[in-house]
Write a protein that binds this ligand. Structure first.
Ligand code: ADP
Ligand code: MG
Length: 231
């Protein structure tokens, strides 16, 4: 890729995503409008509460979609620097410690002894890892959930692996996983992985998924050691 084609395809992606966002936001708005129209004085208190609750949930949903989109599309000053991957992964593990404790999930980290660094914008890689760990949280069983966060150096590549012993995915899901708005969850946005994939591609890397229904998922991020620089 030269600079120009990278820029063009990125903008094309944002345009497509924006069209999808408009569509996705319309659904909760329609629901909210409907329930507000239903708010009539003759309703009993319990009905009003129920309608207000649904409207609030839909507002929350619209909010989440916008938030995830803005994070992906927001123009940023290039703040690339050398980032120690092990440190970032440890920070992510600490970030999720409280929630893991509450949900009885164990998070294990195995870190590369080489202590690799990558030249990139930390917040971008952090967003990817947060999205992936969230998915792992949502996939693991109510008891005995295990999530592994590992780093490895392989030749010219730095690998970050997120493993879980969760529900796993069908081949169909694996095929469609990077498609914006594809979700199998009742309240999912389907934006998490498409955003991750965009970011990792911008960094010159790849995401590989190994998953088995009922067994778990192993998500591998490959990033080139040299000249990883975001645009
Ligand atoms: P969302 O989490 O909002 O559904 P994502 O883009 O993050 O959207 O994920 C898309 C879909 O991929 C999920 O709905 C789920 O079916 C599947 N998926 C992602 N990560 C995992 C995982 N670790 N285990 C099982 N399924 C997963
Ligand atoms: Mg997700």
């Amino acid at each position: 890729f030269d600079e120009m084609s990278l820029q063009t395809s990125y903008l094309a992606n944002v345009g497509q995503l924006a069209a999808g966002i408009a569509h996705e936001i319309r659904n909760p708005l329609t629901t909210i409008k409907g329930f507000i129209q239903l708010m009539k004085p003759y309703l009993v208190e319990i009905e009003k509460e129920e309608y207000a609750k649904i409207a609030l949930e839909e507002i929350e949903r619209a909010n989440t979609i916008l938030y995830e989109f803005l994070n992906a599309a927001k123009p940023h000053v290039n703040a690339a620097k050398q980032v120690e991957v092990n440190r970032l992964v440890k920070e992510i593990a600490i970030l999720f410690e409280g929630e893991a404790h509450l949900k009885n999930i164990s998070i294990c980290t195995k870190l590369a002894p080489e202590n690799p660094s990558l030249f990139l914008e930390e917040h971008q890689l952090k967003q990817v890892l947060v999205n992936l760990v969230k998915n792992a949280f949502e996939a693991v069983p109510a008891t005995g959930g295990e999530i592994g966060l590992n780093t490895e150096v392989r030749n010219e590549l730095v690998l970050i692996r997120i493993e879980d012993n969760g529900c796993g995915m069908s081949d169909e899901t694996v095929r469609r996983i990077f498609t914006p708005f594809y979700t199998t969850k009742a309240t999912g946005t389907g934006l998490g992985l498409s955003v991750c994939n965009d970011i990792i591609h911008q960094l010159g890397g790849e995401i590989e998924i190994k998953s088995q229904p009922g067994v778990g998922t192993d998500l591998l991020i490959y990033l080139p050691k040299q000249s990883v620089l975001s645009n």
